[in-house]
Design a protein around this ligand. Structure first.
Ligand code: SF4
Length: 308
């Protein structure tokens, strides 16, 4: 994370430790201790600023086995100690992706065991009657022209909701980083859906709210946090990862932020001014009653056309 010259530098927060991380958008060169401290402080600030949790929440962390979700579980476990009335658990979904999910699930089991966090599991097979591999092998799927991720994403969100409800959770924490949140705002802009719902902020309603404590944390810093804590995570890429619209936006934003550091923070501020922040808007699906940004939610559309 640091060039040779930067590696010689001393942390410019404590003026003592050797710098190991250069935060280019702020000019900070941080030693390990200051990086971890400022990283965790930012998560606490994010939770406070957006009022993501209540003191007696039972928080379900959605974990996939990737670096972001396991780092989130790790940091929330640390923070939870300050809130004795709060509870923490993990939920995970086996989509049924042949040759891919098993390794990730092993990491999920290992980290939850290590942190002593109860784990609740579910699967596409249990909830929808079919694995993702079976769905994408079907004739209906081939005719639909959809990418596997367009099916997987909404179904996984629904399965997580079901598992969290079953576990008695009052809120779901997802590991969406600053990068993910800004990508989603752009996606919603291009789909004409900006303003229909908030992203990663607590909206109360007849469902479990979903919040993103990494909303103000760049993905790059989550990777470094996972590395510093030796958090094991899956690095294998999903065989279905397609050249989706999100991937195009991800590449563009990553290049833009690399050239103009701080752009993601600026974009988030702009979206927060124009989106629904604070207006508590949340539509629900007319068929299943789950949160939705349209009349019929994506899960109902998919289950009606691809699964039944
Ligand atoms: Fe699902 Fe796509 Fe992610 Fe694979 S890459 S796990 S198909 S959303």
């Amino acid at each position: 994370m640091l060039s040779t010259v930067e590696r010689e530098a001393v942390c410019n927060v404590c003026h003592d430790g050797k710098a190991v991380y250069y935060r280019v958008y702020s000019g900070e060169r941080l030693c390990r201790t200051c990086f971890v401290k400022t990283f965790e402080k930012r998560v606490i600030r994010t939770i406070g600023r957006y009022k993501l949790f209540k003191p007696d929440d039972k928080i379900a962390v959605a974990v996939s086995g990737g670096k972001d979700s396991l780092s989130l579980l790790y940091v929330l476990k640390k923070i939870e100690k300050r809130f004795p009335r709060a509870g923490l658990l993990a939920v995970t979904v086996d989509e049924g992706i042949e040759g891919y999910r098993d390794e990730a699930l092993e990491y999920v089991e290992e980290v939850t065991r290590m942190l002593e966090v109860p784990l609740y599991k579910t699967s596409f097979e249990e909830v929808f009657g079919k694995t993702l591999s079976e769905i994408v092998a079907s004739r209906q799927f081939r005719l639909s022209g959809l990418a596997a991720c367009s099916v997987c994403g909404p179904l996984r969100r629904r399965a997580i909701n079901i598992a969290a409800k079953r576990a008695g959770a009052t809120v779901i924490a997802t590991a969406h980083t600053l990068d993910d949140v800004v990508q989603t705002y752009f996606l919603k802009t291009f789909r004409g859906e900006l303003g229909t719902s908030e992203i990663g902020l607590r909206l109360e309603g007849p469902f479990i709210p979903r919040v993103a404590p990494f909303r103000l944390t760049p993905e790059r810093e989550v990777v470094f946090y996972a590395y510093l804590h030796n958090i094991p995570f899956q690095s294998q890429v999903c065989p279905n990862a397609a050249d989706s619209m999100r991937n195009m936006i991800r590449r563009f934003l990553a290049e833009f932020d690399e050239r103009y550091p701080g752009s993601l923070f600026a974009a988030l501020r702009s979206f927060e001014k124009t989106a629904t922040l604070g207006k508590k808007i949340q539509m629900v699906c007319s068929s299943c009653g789950e949160p939705s940004s349209r009349e019929l939610c994506r899960v109902c559309e998919l289950t009606q056309t691809l699964i039944h």
